[in-house]
Design a protein around this ligand. Structure first.
Ligand code: HEM
Length: 135
């Protein structure tokens, strides 16, 4: 059963990180569109992805991660899990920010790009902590 949840955790976390990475980039690309109709069309697709792919797959990642944490007793033995969960809070906050930017162009291009880069760096640090387990 552990292998099943580990596989599920890997697959779902790839989709969570990949979805956020691309969604935050399409927010930047959308700022370049000239026609109102194009913006409306792109926003509709972004909203559907955020609602029907990002949130459900995030729930799968959280549940499979919690199962693994209990099964491997990682809370007792792995000091890496605490920082990883701290970064998870930041990643989820960036996901909320991405959702707000999908609703309306709330940030100028420079800051919208920073959200995108932030998602990349936070996800990279989480994957480093979970795979290398440095402490
Ligand atoms: C987007 C969020 C998350 C990402 C990107 C992520 C990433 C990863 C990665 C890459 C691994 C692979 C480690 C390996 O076997 O090489 C892993 C394992 C693990 N994750 Fe997550 N994770 C996330 C959320 C969570 C959550 C919410 C929890 C706990 C509540 C959790 C608990 C664990 C545990 C305990 C393992 C180790 C399993 C083992 O050592 O066999 N993860 N995670």
């Amino acid at each position: 059963m552990k292998n099943f949840f580990l596989t599920l955790h890997m697959l779902s976390m790839c989709l969570v990180v990949g979805t956020l990475f691309l969604q935050s980039l399409t927010v930047v690309f959308r700022l370049r569109l000239k026609s109102h109709d194009e913006v409306v069309g792109v926003r509709k697709i972004q909203k559907r992805i955020h609602k029907f792919i990002y949130y459900p797959i995030l729930v799968v990642t959280l549940f499979s991660g919690a199962y693994l944490a209990v099964k491997t007793e990682a809370f007792a033995h792995g000091a890496w899990l605490g920082p990883k969960l701290g970064l998870l809070v930041v990643l989820i906050a960036l996901g909320f920010q991405n959702g707000r930017q999908i609703e309306k162009d709330s940030l100028p291009k420079k800051y919208a790009m920073m959200v995108h880069i932030g998602i990349f760096l936070i996800a990279g640090a989480m994957i480093y902590l979970a795979t290398v387990k440095p402490f």
